[in-house]
Ligand binder design. Structure first.
Ligand code: NDP
Length: 302
């Protein structure tokens, strides 16, 4: 029997808890957590995604707002806007939606966000802290949202994160957004971690050895059913649009889902697995950032 890990349901639970905590914080301090999502240029997929984030924020009582800036904006003007948001006490979380137009250096932009407001967890300081982590992340460490969502799904699948100790985990993909921070988190929980990528030899063999497999590649159905170890736990991060013979299309993951079911102990579906968890973890990071900033200003106890 394969357990299908319901990311929509788990994300709804997390949002419900966050809504209660946001309401409590507001009642005790009068502060509403503020999130600004900067969208530069016209990128239809990004627009749809940031609207989802804004809506989800508002549903839990966070003041989430999209700021749209033209694709032609100079890097200096974007840096100046970030400096203002860094100083704004009503804004606790700042996120710059990627990808950026080619004339803007993403590294410079991500490094310009106050690390305490860096709710995407991509600032080098937060990435560095995560890379050194042993044990659960401290409350004030902003961990990238997709890996944090994957971790919560693993917790659900395994009945607790202590079960990660000593397990052989394979992270497929080495991006700074998903693969690397995911590997760092698994390592922090004492898994034995392998990172695979496009130059990895004998990928199927590497996958078959894994008790935990996180696929974050962006190749539809790359991981076949017979690549998976019986009884393993599979988290599929991939989002791939594939054309169907009737002219329509659908979204699938990096793992051949139908082949995996019946073979593995647990797997996330695509859609409805990691995606909703990513958005819920962004809200969680916003509340964490808000609390940490209030604690520093002596408004609440940490
Ligand atoms: P990137 O393109 O940045 O990274 C992809 C990684 O996969 C790279 O490390 C690449 O290797 C590796 N790779 C590519 N092809 C192969 C192959 N044939 N065999 C082995 N490894 C391969 O992607 P992201 O990390 O940003 O995203 C990965 C996927 O996750 C995408 O489908 C994306 O849409 C999805 N995603 C989903 C999210 C969610 O919320 N559900 C959030 C973020 C991403 P190399 O480094 O050698 O090039």
């Amino acid at each position: 029997m394969t357990k299908i890990l319901d990311g929509r349901a788990l994300a709804a639970q997390l949002r419900a808890r966050l809504a209660t905590e946001v309401a409590r914080l507001r009642a005790s301090t009068g502060v509403v957590p503020g999130l600004r999502v900067l969208l530069i240029g016209e990128h239809p997929a990004s627009l749809a995604y940031v609207r989802t984030k804004e809506r989800a924020a508002r549903e839990v009582g966070i003041d989430g707002r999209i700021e749209r800036l033209p694709a032609t904006i100079e890097e200096g003007a974007l840096l100046a806007r970030l400096a203002e948001l860094n100083e704004d006490p009503s804004v606790h979380g700042v996120l710059v939606q990627l990808p950026l137009p080619a004339h803007i250096d993403p590294e410079r932009i991500l490094a310009a966000i106050d690390p305490r407001k860096d709710v995407d967890g991509f600032h080098p300081l937060n990435a560095g802290r995560l890379a050194q982590l042993l044990g659960p992340p401290p409350d004030d460490l902003l961990v990238p949202c997709t890996p944090r969502g994957c971790l919560l799904l693993l917790e659900e699948a395994l009945g607790g994160l202590q079960a990660l100790r000593g397990k052989r985990a394979l992270v497929l993909g080495r991006s700074t957004i998903v693969g690397r921070p995911m590997a760092a988190l698994l390592l922090a929980y004492d898994a034995t971690v392998t990172i695979a990528h496009s130059r990895t030899r004998e990928l199927a063999h590497e996958c078959r050895r894994a008790e935990i497999l996180i696929a974050a590649v962006g190749r539809a159905g790359l991981v076949r059913g017979d690549w998976l170890a019986p009884g393993s736990v599979v988290i599929d991060v991939g989002i791939n649009r594939v054309a169907l013979p009737d002219g329509t299309s659908r979204i699938v993951g990096d793992v051949a889902f139908e082949e995996a079911v019946g073979q593995v102990a647990a797997i996330t579906p695509v859609p409805g697995g990691v995606g909703p968890m990513t958005v819920a973890c962004l809200l969680d990071n916003t509340l964490r950032a808000c609390r940490a900033q209030l604690a520093r200003n002596g408004r609440i106890r940490s």
